[in-house]
Design a protein around this ligand. Structure first.
Ligand SMILES: [Zn+2]
Length: 303
């Protein structure tokens, strides 16, 4: 996209916000765009809500999500499609097929990666492992150590994507399973501190691999009003640096647009979450110029 076209396009959208840069700082160069689409806590919702549902009538459903993703990809092929976990549990589809259908449909929609939520252990770690052959996308978690479990070797801490010359590092973080999931379900999965893990990840992704954009796929939860000290996405944003975007899950928080938080060194971090059940699809567009200065716009699209 040329600068003029970029300005015209973005001027039309009042939702454009700067990530520490103003639009005028963009040079007269080609601007690269990356579109990040995301879901969380879909919980086996495959069909849309029924027409007589009091709040979500006719909303959601895999079919409409798939065509929405397809139409976005037609207008911009540089798309990353991510999920922040809790793919499983919530409708009879999970009870009957154990997650096979969820993974097959996500593969058809060409998801690039997902992290693991607490409910993804609901058929035990063996139940999750058994469905992996149906997933053509990567599972990413940096703070769950699966070494002594059947999942060993099937989960990556992070993945680096190259989209349109933009290097995007994505790492995953899961919630503490103790007290939330029966130990018999997650077995010898070891939970490591998410903040320390995130610091390791940004060192690898930003410092060593020089990623242009670093994304954390988190199932930690957006915020906990009853416990300010509990780690959540907003606190993770404050306690770390070099993360551009945290895509969250777990608390089923509906945000219309990403929250702009400040990190450890005062730089802006986006934190987003799109509720649950596939009702919304998150969309964040990053724009990078040749000097890799960034701008973005983000919104939640009703499916
Ligand atoms: Zn959930």
């Amino acid at each position: 996209m040329k600068r003029r076209e970029f300005i015209e396009k973005t001027a039309a959208s009042s939702a454009l916000l700067g990530l520490g840069v103003s639009l005028s700082s963009f040079g007269n160069t080609n601007i690269k765009q990356l579109t990040v689409l995301h879901t969380n806590d879909v919980h086996s919702y495959i069909d849309p809500f029924p027409a007589d549902h009091p709040r979500n009538a006719n909303m959601g459903g895999v079919e409409r999500r798939a065509s929405l993703i397809e139409s976005i990809k037609k207008e911009n092929p540089n798309v990353l499609l991510l999920d922040a976990g809790d793919i499983f549990q919530g409708t009879p589809y999970f009870n009957y097929y154990g997650g096979e259908l969820e993974f097959k449909l996500m593969s058809m929609m060409q998801y690039d990666a997902s992290t693991i939520g607490n409910h993804d252990f609901d058929n035990g770690i063996e139940g999750l492992h058994a469905q992996l052959p149906h997933a053509k996308f990567d599972f990413i978690s940096a703070n769950y150590d699966f070494k002594n479990t059947v999942m060993d070797g099937f989960v990556k801490p992070y993945k680096i994507f190259n989209k349109n010359g933009i290097k995007v590092g994505v790492f995953g973080l899961g919630i503490a399973l103790e007290g939330l999931v029966n130990k018999g379900m997650y077995k010898e999965t070891v939970y490591n501190d998410p903040v320390e893990t995130a610091q390791d990840m940004v060192r690898i992704l930003k410092k060593e691999n020089k990623c242009d954009i670093v994304i954390c796929l988190s199932h930690l939860g957006y915020k906990y009003r009853d416990d300010e000290t509990k780690i959540c996405d907003l606190r993770l944003a404050e306690l770390t640096q070099d993360i551009d975007l945290i895509i969250g899950g777990h608390t089923h928080t509906f945000l219309d647009k990403p929250t702009i938080s400040k990190n450890l060194i005062g730089k802006e971090v986006l934190v987003n979450q799109v509720g649950c059940y596939g009702i919304n699809l998150g969309r964040i567009d990053f724009y990078l110029d040749n000097d890799k200065a960034k701008a973005f716009e983000g919104k939640s699209i009703i499916v």
